[in-house]
Design a binder for this molecule. Structure first.
Ligand SMILES: *[C@@H]1O[C@H](CO)[C@@H](O)[C@H](O)[C@H]1NC(C)=O
Ligand SMILES: *[C@@H]1O[C@H](CO)[C@@H](O)[C@H](O)[C@H]1NC(C)=O
Ligand SMILES: *[C@@H]1O[C@H](CO)[C@@H](O)[C@H](O)[C@H]1NC(C)=O
Ligand SMILES: *[C@@H]1O[C@H](CO)[C@@H](O)[C@H](O)[C@H]1NC(C)=O
Ligand SMILES: *[C@@H]1O[C@H](CO)[C@@H](O)[C@H](O)[C@H]1NC(C)=O
Ligand SMILES: *[C@@H]1O[C@H](CO)[C@@H](O)[C@H](O)[C@H]1NC(C)=O
Ligand SMILES: *[C@@H]1O[C@H](CO)[C@@H](O)[C@H](O)[C@H]1NC(C)=O
Ligand SMILES: *[C@@H]1O[C@H](CO)[C@@H](O)[C@H](O)[C@H]1NC(C)=O
Length: 621
């Protein structure tokens, strides 16, 4: 016992773990034990997980996986359901059911209050189905052009007004992808692009004042046509199509988009020539006025750095309505291609159609809001992004981002005027795992995160974990949380909080009072013995230090603690030791110890034991 303590001591003394906090790192780390997490085991390993909100009232989600669909009700577990996808079929010839097991659900949408739209693939023959909310197939739908063959294909899709918009490969072979539409309106079946394209996400751009003008935006990366050796392999684009588009007449662009225009997305620090060209994921925060809806793009560069750039739908629309067309110098035909959506696109003038066909790309790029650069640049290898708009105390709204890492962790990030503040790292899974998908339920402030075999529900307003004092709550700067005068809890109108600055002066004199430090009792230690004192380090943004007899003492960070090491106890080391943390100009005492050296040394202490061993070794030689 004593010896192991001594070994730890020596190791720490000579190889201190350097974990000086940086503000690019999460302020605190919260495990599944700290935050309110509910788990649901899927009891099998899934290559792909699709998530769809169920009923917010009863905290439920629909989950698509390998040969299965689940309805998970986190409030009443016994009401959860499981169904096979596709349902067992009997072949007429052999009357044996075909094995359903090798289908992976790839597409999952809500049609209306009573039906779901589900597609899945077995790598060969996809299937789509309209289902009841009890997950019974009521109508087969042709999967052609809207359901992927390959389960690894991202295949973004949208379900709007009885139409499915999807960007998927038409065949099992790669690179037969295009934006297609099937459903109630004219089916759209455009030609395949020449360059390789990977579709990332789709979003509805509306509702606009005149709903005829509603559009669908698709975000994609495209193989770079730039042969310059330093150019990156992928470029990021946004494409618009009109919802009302019915394609051209028989002679031109029949069943192809007559309103399809594309623009490059800019994300980079231009004076430093740092560009983030590859879009990885997109989150959209819809606003009441569609022009203010925000598109959060998560990008990466060739060196594994990630960046987030924000675009408004209004800015994207502006580029499509005003930019010159790439490679075109003549007079732009009237009506300007793609500017107005029309009731009957088959009647558009030939000149307009051929312009859309020949010059679909805009010369101007879409620039991020604010200073025209990224909201944040990070060395973290983020994979996915979700965004939420949170009403903080005093009715002010804040945007919060949830960024997934490939080790199963999630960063909760506050967006504010001056940039970002990384509130916390959430560790919802008990082991390192790959996050397959995330779903944010705005109305209940729940985040659903899935690994290949588990779905966990994280309560984003689980605030107790920040601590039991007002200062803990305020320094957390979490807009989901505020101080209720007794504890840190989900934001209320009258709650105490300072999301902008985390300035603890809002706590008043009581709230800011010093907590009871641990260990008031005097500890008697043997003379010449070594010893170490613990101080909890919960915030990576704070500076920790020890004080003794009016002097600062070195803090050795280890295992989430700031340790004070005493080599050899003497009466000079007697007295009070306090550990203080300083953050945002506020200093508080976290721990206090009283040590006293025993008047006489007793027996051999480890350092002298070591000395004896060393002497012995020297003598033998
Ligand atoms: C998964 O397994 C656990 C324990 O093995 C069991 O309690 C649970 O009911 C199973 N869940 C499903 C959906 O089969
Ligand atoms: C969930 O909530 C919906 C809507 O309130 C309700 O109709 C349904 O019965 C609830 N229970 C289950 C099992 O989903
Ligand atoms: C489901 O569980 C609830 C308690 O969580 C219980 O009241 C209810 O009777 C159960 N229903 C069934 C059908 O087992
Ligand atoms: C599916 O796509 C992946 C990645 O693009 C590829 O490696 C794999 O061979 C494809 N599978 C099939 C069955 O085509
Ligand atoms: C189908 O489209 C027609 C017009 O093309 C429209 O009147 C009708 O409401 C649509 N039906 C549905 C269910 O959206
Ligand atoms: C939406 O915002 C734009 C630009 O700020 C403004 O011109 C437009 O009138 C707004 N629309 C509505 C319906 O408020
Ligand atoms: C590290 O800290 C945890 C929790 O504070 C504790 O349970 C564990 O024993 C510590 N490990 C070491 C090596 O001190
Ligand atoms: C905190 O707020 C108080 C009162 O508004 C102000 O005097 C103080 O300078 C602020 N502290 C910091 C670190 O900004």
């Amino acid at each position: 016992m004593f010896i192991t303590r001594w070994i730890i001591f020596v190791l720490l003394k000579h190889f201190p773990l350097n974990v000086t906090g940086s503000h690019h790192d999460p302020r605190v780390t919260l495990t599944g034990e700290d935050v309110h997490v509910r788990r649901y085991s899927l009891n099998c390993s899934n290559r792909r997980i699709e998530l769809l909100p169920g009923f917010p009232q009863n905290n439920s989600v629909y989950v698509g996986g390998h040969g299965k669909l689940w309805y998970l009700n986190f409030n009443r577990r016994n009401q959860s359901k499981k169904a096979t996808f596709p349902a067992l079929e009997r072949k007429r010839s052999d009357r044996k059911p075909t094995a359903p097991g090798n289908y992976d659900v790839t597409t999952l949408h809500r049609v209306d209050a009573t039906r779901l739209f589900v597609c899945g693939s077995n790598g060969n023959q996809p299937k789509c189905c309209l289902m009841t909310l009890d997950m019974v197939c009521i109508e087969d739908i042709s999967p052609s052009g809207i359901a992927p063959f390959n389960v690894t294909e991202r295949a973004p899709s949208l379900y709007i007004d009885n139409d499915v918009y999807a960007a998927v490969s038409r065949e099992a072979k790669q690179n037969s992808v295009a934006i297609r539409r099937i459903g109630n309106k004219t089916h759209m079946w455009p030609e395949i692009a020449k360059q390789e394209q990977r579709y990332i996400s789709m979003a509805f751009s509306g509702p606009r004042e005149d709903q005829l003008q509603d559009k669908v935006y698709t975000f994609l990366v495209q193989e770079s046509s730039d042969n310059h050796p330093e150019a990156s392999a992928w470029n990021s684009w946004v494409t618009q199509v009109c919802k009302a588009d019915m394609g051209g007449p028989k002679t031109m662009l029949q069943k192809s988009w007559t309103s399809r225009l594309s623009a490059r997305l800019s994300c980079g620090i231009h004076d430093r020539k740092e560009y983030f060209n590859q879009l990885l994921d997109v989150a959209v925060l819809q606003a009441d006025n569609w022009t203010q809806s925000r598109v959060y793009g998560l990008f990466r560069n060739g060196w594994g750095m990630t960046a987030i750039c924000i675009y408004t739908m209004g800015d994207i629309d502006h580029v499509f309505k005003n930019s010159d067309f790439e490679g075109f110098t003549g007079a732009v035909p009237n009506p300007r291609p793609g500017e107005q959506c029309v009731k009957d696109s088959t009647k558009l003038p030939q000149k307009v159609l051929s312009h859309v066909k020949e010059y679909p790309n805009m010369r101007d790029w879409v620039w991020p809001v604010g200073r025209g650069g990224p909201l944040m640049v990070s060395h973290h290898d983020y994979k996915g992004i979700r965004a939420d708009r949170v009403r903080g105390p005093g009715h002010k709204h804040y945007n919060v981002l949830l960024l997934s890492l490939d080790n199963g962790r999630i960063h909760k990030v506050l967006e504010h005027d001056a940039g970002v503040f990384i509130i916390a790292e959430l560790q919802p899974f008990s082991t390192r795992t790959r996050i397959q998908n995330m779903l944010l339920q705005h109305s209940t402030k729940k985040l659903y995160v899935s690994s290949s075999s588990e779905v966990v529900e994280v309560d984003l307003s689980g605030c107790q974990s920040y601590g039991s004092l007002c200062v803990d709550c305020v320094q957390a700067r979490d807009p989901y949380c505020s101080w209720s005068r007794t504890h840190c809890t989900a934001t209320s109108r009258k709650g105490i909080q300072d999301v902008e600055h985390g300035n603890v002066s809002v706590c008043g004199q009581d709230g800011g009072s010093v907590p009871k430090p641990s260990g008031k009792k005097v500890e008697i230690l043997p003379l010449a013995s070594n010893h170490y004192l613990h101080c909890p380090m919960s915030s990576s943004h704070a500076e920790y230090s020890w004080r003794h007899g009016g002097q600062a003492r070195e803090c050795v960070p280890a295992n989430g603690s700031c340790l004070l090491l005493i080599n050899s106890m003497t009466s000079e080391e007697d007295g009070v030791y306090t550990c203080v943390a300083s953050e945002g100009g506020y200093t508080r005492t976290l721990a206090e110890y009283r040590l006293q050296a025993e008047s006489k040394a007793r027996g051999l202490t480890p350092p002298s034991l070591a000395l004896a061993c060393l002497l012995l070794l020297l003598l033998i030689r």
